[in-house]
Design a protein around this ligand. Structure first.
Ligand code: GLU
Length: 494
């Protein structure tokens, strides 16, 4: 069998270490078996997907060395590899399912569906479509179509019995059909849902093994049924355990830096990041902890995958990175360090920031050192001010973080606009507002101009520094965070 695997990220934010984790295992499995590894962009959610995110996902995979054989930028026999460009393909198969009677048009309004969900939940039942449109006659449907009533296409699901899911890493899994919703396949605007597009694309792209996160196990019955309806062979399923925060909750950016770019900017080696991700789900036959991608490929075997809840521990990753760094010879070390320094801050970009502020070169280091630091060393008293109390300072830092998380462009002007808009929304003078942000970013109350410095630092490091400074100020409890979220939303509504 010609093994073909894929990683199928949705470009809706910063490239996540979880995506790198799935990509790594898919890559190793394909390469070990002499097969192909494919990148597919799942951008069916037009509102949340962005080109910037797609680009940074591709940059992150390239930085890690997980090069894809087919996909955006590479081409291949199954182009296009972006779901937003494959609409006609999904329409064709949706039509086929309608014709074979395995799917139906549903004209139910959002209000009706909301009421249905509420009643089902208050009665303690699984929230599930009740099949109201299943029995519509052809004449009624034709009339509704003539009247241009809006509709979605749903798949039919058996009312009783169980679906058996075979996962290569687990015993057989049984899921009762009455727990499975009559999934929407095509939305009212004509675009496909994830569940439909993933089945059509995995089949057409010849994917033989689907390696993805275990959060998708409960969706497998819908997919299995669609493969049956369409008369296609089901690829093998391998659901990987989810990465966790140290407190065992699902890895989240609230508790850990999750953007691959953060690790690049902090000076982690891609080899160490891959090695660490590999270690979280798999082990070398000889138990060696330090291994390269090539070594992982050469020794890769599904039997050595572990199903425990892998904790993403940044200190362990740092330790491993140290091993990697120390194993470099002097020339490689110099090259890597110089590349990192250059990428952190191009000298010609730093000069305009310091030119007016220093008289001799020796004064450069204290002024620009913060550009090369990981997290600046901060103490709560640095944030003390007559204008803002601790509560307001935390609010400024947290609100800035939320705004930056939604910001797609990264220029000195866009950062300035973002902060002046936020200061105004919060009813604060820009100078008072910026004081704590300044300290969070640079660790000092005097530094080169803030916005240009932020551009040089990059958005991942800036966000991590804001988070770090919130921690230095004692952090924000769950209850406090809820309160802040509420007031942030109210402020945004104006
Ligand atoms: N687009 C899905 C995600 O980002 C892919 C899931 C899958 O691999 O099937 O999680």
């Amino acid at each position: 069998m010609n093994v073909r695997t894929r990683v199928a990220p949705s470009p809706t934010g910063d490239p996540h270490v979880g995506t790198a984790y799935m990509a790594l295992f898919s890559y190793c499995f394909a390469k070990k078996n002499g097969g192909e590894f494919i990148l597919r962009i799942e951008d069916t959610d037009g509102d949340r997907s962005s080109k910037e995110s797609e680009k940074s996902i591709m940059d992150a995979l390239k930085w890690l060395g997980l090069d894809w054989d087919e996909g955006p930028g590479k081409g291949g026999p199954h182009e296009p590899y972006r779901q937003s460009q494959r609409k006609v393909i999904y329409e064709k198969y949706a039509e086929e399912l309608l014709q074979s009677g395995n799917a139906f048009r549903c004209f139910c309004s959002k209000d009706r569906l909301d009421d249905l969900r509420k009643t089902q939940i208050t009665e303690g039942n699984t929230s599930r479509y009740d099949g109201a449109c299943l029995g519509l006659s052809d004449e009624v449907v034709a009339q509704k179509l003539r009247d241009r009533e809006s509709y979605v296409i749903r798949m039919k699901v058996p009312e009783s019995g169980t679906c058996v899911v075979h996962d290569e890493l687990r015993e057989r899994i049984e899921i009762a059909w009455d727990q499975i919703d009559m999934q929407v396949l095509i939305k009212a605007d004509g675009s496909p849902t994830y569940h439909f597009a993933v089945v059509v694309d995995d089949h057409l792209m010849g994917i033989t093994h689907i390696i993805r996160g275990e959060e998708w196990i409960n969706s497998a019955p819908k997919h299995i049924l669609l493969y049956q309806y369409l008369g296609w062979d089901m690829p093998r399923l391998i659901h990987m355990p989810l990465l966790r925060n140290p407190d065992k909750s699902k890895l989240s950016k609230r508790k850990n830096p999750t953007a691959v770019g953060f690790y690049k900017d902090m000076g982690f080696m891609p080899e160490a990041v891959l090695n660490y991700l590999g270690m979280l789900g798999w082990s070398m036959p000889d138990g060696e902890e330090k291994f390269s991608l090539d070594e992982m490929v050469a020794n890769f075997d599904l039997d050595r995958l572990t199903l425990g809840a892998p904790v993403f521990d940044i200190d362990k990753l740092k330790w491993l990175n140290g091993l990697w760094l120390r194993s470099l010879d002097a020339a490689e070390y110099e090259l890597k360090l110089a590349t990192w320094l250059r990428e952190r801050s191009e000298l010609h970009e730093v000069i305009p920031l310091i030119k007016e502020r220093i008289d001799i070169f020796a004064e450069m280091a204290p002024l620009s050192g913060f550009l090369f630091e990981g997290m600046p060393s901060l103490s709560p008293d640095l944030f003390e001010s007559k204008k803002l109390d601790r509560e307001d300072t935390l609010k400024v830092l947290q609100f800035s973080l939320w705004r930056l998380e939604n910001e797609k462009s990264w220029s000195s002007q866009s950062i300035q606009d973002l902060f002046s808009g936020l200061a105004e929304d919060m009813g604060l003078k820009i100078r008072d507002f910026l004081a704590p942000v300044f300290i969070a970013i640079s660790g000092k109350s005097v530094s080169p101009p803030l916005f240009q410095s932020m551009v040089l630092l990059g958005s991942d490091i800036c966000k991590a520094r804001l988070k770090h400074s919130i921690g230095v100020l004692g952090g924000i409890s769950k209850k406090h965070l809820k309160r802040l979220e509420k007031s942030y939303e109210e402020m945004n509504r104006g």
